[in-house]
Every structure is written in C-alpha cells, then in structure tokens.
Design a protein around this ligand. Structure first.
Ligand code: NAD
Length: 260
C-alpha cells in the first residue's frame, strides 16, 4: 500500500540542520511517498542540507539555494524544484528571522528596520512563495501549503516581541491566501508549534523558561518534539485534510487552550 502522500511533489523551505522542524517534515513526507526538494540559505548550511538530502529514500532530492529576500532565487528555486520533480503539489514554509536586538528586552525598543526585516523574511515570504507555486499547483489540480507559527501570534509572550507580530501577520496571510487559492483547490494552513529546541529557538532569549512554562501549563504536561509537528504537517499536506484550509492547527500539547 502507498503512503498517504504517495507521488506528491513537495518543496520544503527552511532546512538548516537535522534539528530543523522543516527537516522532520521533509523526512515524514518522504517516508509517506512524497518526492521532496529542499532549499538552503547560504553556503554556511549548504553542506549539511545536501548531506541530509542524501538520507531521503525517495529518489534524487533536488537541493536549491534560496534566500527568500532574493527575487531571482525565489524564481529559480521554485522553477528548479518544479522541473526536477515534474511539478509541485506541496509547499512547506518553515522560515523565520528576527535581529537579535529585536528579541528579548522591551517590545518598545524594536527598531523600524528590524520590524520590516522580520516581517519580510518571516511572514511576507510566504506570499512571495505562494505566488510562484500557484501556477504549478493549478496545473496539478490543487495543492497544499503549510507554514509554521507560534502562540505569540495570538497572545503576548514577553521577549518574543517582533516575532510575535510576524507570526500574527503570517496567520493572517494564511487566511487571505486560503481565500484566493481555494478556487484552485489549493489549501493553506499554519501549524502553531510548542517550543522545540532548534537553531532559531536558540536565538530567543529565555527560550528555556518558555519550555519549562509550556510543560507546567500544558494539559499534556510535557514538551513536544519536531516529529509531532511533522505528523501534523503530513496530515495537512495529505488528502485527509482535504476540507481544511485557512486554519491554524496547534501542536503544543494543548498549551494555547489554557489561561494559567
Ligand atoms: P531553524 O533555525 O532550523 O529554521 C529556520 C529556517 O529559516 C532556517 O533554515 C533558516 O535558514 C531559514 N531562514 C532564515 N532567514 C531566511 C531567508 N532570508 N531565506 C531563506 N531561509 C531563511 O529553526 P526552526 O525552529 O525549525 O524554525 C522553523 C519555523 O518554525 C520558523 O518559522 C519558526 O518560527 C517556527 N517555529 C519554531 C518553534 C520552535 O520552538 N523551534 C515554535 C513554533 C514555530
């Protein structure tokens, strides 16, 4: 029997190393029969991403350079993935960046250019990618787009600051894309994950406290891991979620449901 995304062609953006949530998602999609393309941002991580690509079992994995701030790279990465895979059915967007000085401290001190940069990279890049994958998904008769959010989009998390705004914008972009792309049977959803120890998480001051807090106050009283996020991503990318769009699904051991 085939996997639940057998034969689907997936472009996964946001793998930096083996701890990346995007890597857990890529692995899961691959295990369930998808043919995956990966991207890397900058030469610093290229070797690691190429090595990881070699671990995927489902055929040769195209590995393409992509800085989401670079229009030419956006065009080339989407075209290159579509060429190599024979189309695109799935887009995974797991990208975020905020300047160190705009994370931690007072929200009041976030700079204008730090705000613009964080939103450009972490939020607007989803729209910029969606525009480029749209023709491929239209040709395929539909598709699924999944991005990564955090509860700070809905509630104030002291210190998360500019990334909280970026995640609010991201979840809003998900809803607008869902409306525009729905007639082509393209579904657009976000996963709101609990804290997971990754490279990006290391840049957030007080991340350890966020994890402790989440464990203490989540209904399940435990942390979550990247594989649990990947399972939910697999669901959203599959036909099991064929009527789910414009949604933000929490994978956070229930933390978002509490007010303590
Ligand atoms: P990560 O550091 O492994 O991934 C972040 C990725 O963003 C990296 O691959 C990095 O190269 C990429 N990136 C940053 N700027 C880029 C640019 N200009 N162009 C292209 N790529 C760029 O960390 P992660 O925790 O796996 O983060 C993935 C997503 O999950 C992010 O959106 C993050 O906010 C979100 N998220 C993480 C957690 C967590 O606790 N780790 C919780 C909720 C949501």
């Amino acid at each position: 029997m085939g996997g639940i995304v057998e034969g689907k062609r997936a472009l996964v953006v946001g793998v930096a190393n083996k701890r990346s949530i995007a890597w857990a998602i890529a692995r899961r999609l691959d295990e369930e029969g998808a043919h995956v393309a990966l991207t890397f941002q900058g030469e610093r991580v290229e070797k690691d991403v190429r090595k990881l690509a070699g671990e995927l079992g489902n055929g040769p994995v195209p590995v393409l350079p992509l800085d989401v701030m670079d229009d030419a790279q956006l065009d080339a990465a989407v075209a290159g993935a579509a060429d190599a895979l024979g189309g695109i059915d799935i887009l995974v967007h797991a990208v975020a960046f905020g300047k160190v000085e705009d994370l931690g401290g007072r929200f009041m001190d976030v700079s204008d250019d730090g705000f613009q940069l964080a939103l450009d990279i972490s939020s607007w890049s989803l729209k910029r990618l969606a525009v480029r994958v749209e023709p491929h998904m239209r040709t395929a008769g539909g598709g699924a787009i999944v991005t990564m959010s955090y509860v700070a989009a809905e509630r104030a998390v002291p210190g998360y600051n500019v990334m909280g705004i970026a995640k609010s914008a991201l979840e809003s972009i998900v809803r607008y894309l869902a409306w525009d792309m729905g007639p082509d049977n393209v579904r657009v959803n976000a996963l709101s994950a609990g804290p997971v120890r990754t490279l990006a998480a290391r840049g957030i001051p007080g991340f350890g406290d966020m994890v402790d807090n989440a464990i203490e106050r989540s209904p399940l009283r435990r942390p979550i891991d990247a594989d649990e996020v990947a399972d939910a991503a697999l669901f959203l990318c599959s036909d099991l979620a064929r009527a789910v769009t414009g949604e933000t699904l929490h994978v956070d051991a229930g933390y978002h449901a509490m007010a303590i």
